[in-house]
Structure formats: C-alpha cells, structure tokens
Design a protein around this ligand. Structure first.
Ligand SMILES: Nc1ncnc2c1ncn2[C@@H]1O[C@H](COP(=O)(O)OP(=O)(O)OP(=O)(O)O)[C@@H](O)[C@H]1O
Length: 262
C-alpha cells in the first residue's frame, strides 16, 4: 500500500454510521484466519470526538480490527459502519523518500496554493514548519512520525486510526508525541482508535479503554481521570492494575522480607 493510500485509508467502506454522535458502529463482527476466529462477534460504537484505546496481547487481533475499520481488510461476518473520511498512522511513518516533507504531507491532494498553505499549517501544528523543504531521510524518527501525523490531520478525518504510532520511538520522544497527539485530537476532535500495548499510554490519552482477548472485547472502561494525567496518581494506578489483570498480567506479590537478626 502506498503512503497516499495509507493517508486516505481505502474507500472499501461497508457503510456509514448514521446515528448522530456515532462515528463507528460494529455489530457481530467476525474475522477468521485459518479456521481461528481472531475477532469473534465484536459489538462496538465509537462516538464522534471520542478517544478510545485498544489494548490486547500480541496476536489478539488489534491490527486486524483497525484494518477493517480502515477498509484495508474485510470482515467475514457482521456489520461495519464507518465514516467516509478515515486516515491511518502506522508504527512506521511511511514517508515517500523522493518527496520533500511538505510534498509528503500533501501527497495525493490536488496541487495548488491552497493545498500548500494547508500543508504548511499542518506542519506548523506539529512544530515542523521550518523542515518543510527537508528530505525525509534527514529527519529523526520522532520528526518523521510528526510528518505522518500532519499528513493524517490535514485530511480532517472523522476517524483517526493510530496503530502503535509511538512504538518505535525512544521513551522521551514517545511522551512528547503522546502529549502532541492528545492536544491535536482535542483540537480537531476526530473519533480516535489507538492500538497500543502500553497500558500507561492508553490511560494517559484515552477517554475510554478497550481490552481485546480471545476474539472479544472483554473490557470497556471510561477513564474519567482529570488531566494532565499522572501515572503517580492513585486512580491511575488502580485503572492500570485492572487493565493489566484483564490483559492476563497479574502482578506477583512481593514476598515479605525477613528481618535481618544478625
Ligand atoms: N492476512 C492474514 N492471514 C492469516 N493470518 C493473519 C492475517 N492477518 C493477521 N493474521 C493472524 O491473526 C492474528 C491477529 O493478528 P493481528 O496482527 O491483528 O494481532 P495484533 O493484536 O495486532 O498483534 P500485535 O500486537 O503483535 O501487532 C495473528 O495470529 C495473525 O497471525
């Protein structure tokens, strides 16, 4: 798939969610690979402007669900209603090496002064305006991912699909990118589905967190924590523990230490 395709996220929609306030509606969604139902009867509504994180162990079907929402894969059974305008940001930025940064942001759009202006404004939003004439090969990983984000947001999608977009970044850059994505999503208000392995990232950013396990959404919880969210906050820790338990990660109790009698 070309970067332009990624940005425009395929048009193989199976329908549009019509209910006011609802961006996505899935009913009894099933996807089977080699006789195994990776998604086995998923029911899900995503509200307009709602930021939802999807957690799940490796191989549970998170990317499969995201690809179906993007129109890059099809369900075997069930109803999929999605908005016509969707964009995806992947773990790797998927920039075109032969186009400069601005050309990457506006790729696939009609050329002209208006598109160029919008591209520059999108770059300014991610703090990269002065890199607009740079080549992708000269950018850092975090900068490249910011270009991918600008490319996605320029299209003003109703549904923004984020597939582990911070996973390849170092810890500090990841935190900065999380803050940036949080701020941009509050400003642009797309419905967001963020696929991640990182429980703290999910709790930090999302209004709502889902856990996918054995083909089903076993958890659907609202975060409702005041911002800015601090992982040291006891409410944050309670939610993290619950989500880890739902993911099948149970914390081992720390054995009591024997007092040293010598
Ligand atoms: N096109 C395909 N053909 C066959 N099997 C597939 C295909 N796509 C995905 N699968 C299988 O479906 C399962 C779910 O894959 P998926 O990539 O959705 O998981 P994931 O939860 O995103 O995993 P990870 O967190 O490791 O990225 C895996 O066992 C994978 O091998």
């Amino acid at each position: 798939m070309s970067p332009a395709d990624a940005a425009d996220a395929a048009d193989a929609a199976t329908g549009t969610a019509e209910t006011a306030g609802t961006a996505v509606r899935l009913r009894r969604l099933r996807r089977v690979f080699g006789g195994r139902a990776v998604l086995d009867g998923i029911d899900l509504d995503l509200g307009r402007g709602e930021f939802t994180a999807l957690l799940g162990a490796s191989g549970t079907g998170k990317t499969t669900l995201l690809r179906i929402l993007a129109g890059l894969d099809a369900a075997d059974e069930g109803t999929v209603l999605v908005p016509p305008s969707r964009t995806v940001v992947f773990q790797e930025p998927r920039l075109v090496p032969s186009k400069r940064v601005l050309g990457n942001v506006t790729v696939g759009l009609p050329s002209g002064a208006r598109t160029r202006e919008r591209g520059i404004a999108a770059l300014a939003e991610v703090g990269l305006e002065r890199h607009r004439d740079a080549w992708p090969g000269t950018l850092s990983g975090g900068e490249s991912q910011r270009v991918a984000l600008a490319r996605a947001l320029l299209r003003e999608p109703e549904l923004l699909l984020l597939d582990e977009p911070f996973a390849a970044l170092d810890a500090l850059t990841r935190l900065r990118m999380q803050d940036l994505v949080g701020e941009l999503c509050r400003r642009h208000r797309p419905a967001v589905l963020l696929v991640t392995h990182d429980v703290d990232e999910a709790v930090r950013l999302a209004d709502r967190v889902l856990v996918l396990r054995d083909g089903r959404l076993i958890t659907d919880v609202r975060t409702d924590l005041p911002g800015p969210r601090d992982s040291a906050d006891p409410a944050f820790a309670v939610l993290r523990r619950r989500l880890l338990a739902d993911l099948g990660v149970t914390s081992t109790p720390i054995p009591a230490t024997t007092p040293d009698r010598t």
